[in-house]
Design a protein around this ligand. Structure first.
Ligand SMILES: Cc1cc2nc3c(=O)[nH]c(=O)nc-3n(C[C@H](O)[C@H](O)[C@H](O)COP(=O)(O)OP(=O)(O)OC[C@H]3O[C@@H](n4cnc5c(N)ncnc54)[C@H](O)[C@@H]3O)c2cc1C
Length: 559
């Protein structure tokens, strides 16, 4: 009997399982197989979107654009096994209304992911395939001697195939008055009301923190007469001071009246990138890829009725419009950019060519993947993409729902949130906390804060990780390194085989998702209905490979 192990039963692990079950179901051969699922959290399936997260933490994808199921659009790559996308599940199975373009809470997303996991477990039971749910942390993996092995604190397991999909680093560091790597917001209830809090970052995590320290403290956002929101304080809130390196928030996602629309590129196409790779070898993101993307954006802007040309300088660098003359002017410029951004989002994606172009970038991330995956960029340029352009791309197309920016405006108006030190202030340690120092051309602003919240997700870099599993993997397997540029997780080949320390691909050890970030670009995604998504493509490819590996060893096939 072949034993197949999956380490990390989050969305990636469960999607891989779904594909393997479908290959087994569709095969005329009966395989003698048994599954071992390793998951350190008590919930299997939901991964980082745990069902008990506070309700105020939102996903950044709309309800109708999330799926775990392998639908008809994927047919040419593998056997279809359709099922409800998140929106269909919410309305038809959970039987609760939700808008197609509503942003669900991550806890409800966790429920959907858990439902998908249970769905697979029921299929396994029907097929009579044995499986073991091992609710323990994996601390070591070895693949060198015939059968591979997995070590947890309590046991050792010998298996035939291991796939690691360990996802996000689940670390929270609380060091007196500093909260770092905030993954959920549970610990924040310890921050007393009335204290001054610095929130570093203006992305999704920061908005989660803001929500938990305001709505989560009993406050309420209500519609105001000017079309915006008003905040009714509970009196339990601390005072917030937000800041980030660029001084600008992630741009909000526009209202989407046609959620199944996927932009079809004219010039920034997979074929164009493949052709360039063929004639040039390694590509340069800024010289070869970006100009094509910009041309595509100009076309999209024009087709969508944009006036003149798209101002790409503003599109990529809205922070350049911040006015650093003095504190008053700075705050005014910040607030007017905030209002402009959410007003454009309220227009709707199809009514506002600028917002339309932001979603074009999101729809075309797969083309960037073709230009990047498996070290297709030269090392220097790969570094430029990850360190310089990735934050810009995130700012454009993985931002929060527009409601979050409206809420931020309401908090500023209510005097509960200051943006006076928003643009990369110097952070000085004081006796009782920190001081933020923001310099303007004509004055400066200093603000004492009691607590510092670093509202950021850990960057994916196995070289910097401290957890036992990654440290043990380092001894035996190669971490990704493109000609000296190191970031991400394990090095894999195009068949998802992990490369060992001697440069040889392992036949019985594969990596998928964030564990393979580096060789793969931007693995932090779920499936999208109607789209050939990289999430489903990767699971399908790997499941087929593992299944064929099983079939190829005759003793595992029962005729
Ligand atoms: C705050 C936040 C918001 C997000 N919002 C969205 C969104 O709206 N839409 C979207 O598409 N994506 C979103 N993402 C991206 C996210 O990457 C995917 O949604 C998805 O969770 C990735 O699945 P995964 O299985 O790769 O990783 P994870 O969800 O992190 O799951 C990995 C699993 O592996 C387990 N594990 C890890 N190490 C071990 C070990 N040593 N032993 C045993 N088990 C282990 C973990 O407990 C976990 O359950 C968001 C991510 C974050 C952090």
């Amino acid at each position: 009997m072949k034993k197949i192990a999956i380490v990390g039963m989050g969305p990636r692990g469960t999607s891989l399982l779904e594909r393997m079950i479908t290959y087994i179901e569709n095969s005329k051969d009966k395989v003698n197989i048994s599954f071992l699922f390793f998951e350190k959290n008590k919930e299997f399936g939901s991964g980082c979107h745990k069902k008990d997260l506070p309700k105020g933490l939102l996903a950044n994808t709309i309800a109708s654009q999330i799926t775990m199921f392998y639908g008809d659009e994927m047919e040419s790559f593998g056997p279809v096994k359709s099922g409800p996308c998140f929106y269909e599940w919410h309305t038809q199975i959970k039987k609760q209304p939700i808008g197609e373009s509503d942003y669900p809470s991550r806890s409800v997303l966790g429920e959907y992911l858990n439902y998908f996991y249970d769905f697979q477990i029921n299929r396994l039971k029907k097929l009579g395939i044995s499986f073991f749910e091992i609710n323990e942390e994996v601390i070591d993996i070895d693949s060198s001697f015939g059968r591979a092995s997995i070590k947890t604190k309590n046991d050792n397991y010998k298996v035939d195939s291991i796939t690691i999909c360990s996802g996000h680093e689940d670390m929270e560091v609380r060091n007196d008055r500093v909260f770092d790597f905030v993954f959920s917001t549970e610990k924040m209830h310890e921050i007393p009301s009335g204290s001054e809090v610095g929130i570093q970052g203006m992305g999704l995590t920061a908005f989660d923190v803001i929500s938990s320290l305001t709505e989560g403290r009993g406050g309420e956002f209500v519609a105001s007469s000017d079309g915006g929101l008003e905040y009714i304080a509970s009196g339990n809130e601390p005072f917030l001071n937000i800041f980030s390196r660029s001084g600008i928030f992630l741009s909000s996602r526009a209202y989407n009246a046609n959620t199944s629309f996927i932009y079809k590129p004219i010039v920034f196409k997979t074929e164009s990138i493949e052709y360039m790779k063929k004639i040039k070898g390694k590509l340069d993101f800024e010289l070869d890829v970006l100009p094509l993307l910009i041309t595509e954006l100009q076309i999209a802007y024009m087709q969508q009725g944009g006036e003149g040309a798209l101002d790409t300088d503003y599109f990529f660098h809205p922070e350049k419009k911040l006015d650093f003359n003095d504190e008053k002017k700075f705050v005014e410029s910040f607030c007017s950019l905030l209002k402009l951004d959410y007003s454009q989002s309220l227009d709707g994606k199809f009514e506002n060519p600028y917002k339309f172009c932001q979603d074009v970038v999101r729809d075309l991330r797969d083309v960037i993947r073709v230009a990047t995956d498996y070290s297709a960029l030269n090392p220097e340029s790969h570094k430029v993409l990850i360190n310089k352009w990735q934050p810009i791309i995130n700012k454009i197309c993985v931002g929060p729902p527009y409601l979050r920016l409206m809420q931020l405006e309401a908090l500023i108006k209510a005097g509960l949130c200051s943006v006076s030190t928003a643009a990369n202030p110097t952070v000085l340690k004081t006796e009782n906390g920190f001081k933020l120092v923001q310099k303007f051309n004509n004055d400066k602003k200093e603000k004492n804060i009691d607590y510092l919240i670093k509202a950021r997700m850990p960057t994916i870099n196995f070289n910097e990780r401290k957890d036992t599993l990654v440290n043990n993997l380092k001894e035996k397997f190669r971490f990704f390194n493109n000609g000296g540029f190191q970031y991400g997780g394990l090095d894999i080949d195009s068949q998802h085989r992990v490369i060992d320390i001697n440069g040889e691909p392992c036949e019985n050890f594969h990596a998928i998702g964030l564990s393979s970030e580096g060789p793969k670009y931007f693995t932090l995604v779920l499936g999208r209905p109607g789209m050939v998504s990289t999430f489903l493509m990767d699971s399908n490819f790997l499941a087929n490979k593992i299944y064929l590996d099983v079939l190829s060893s005759k003793e595992n096939v029962v005729s």
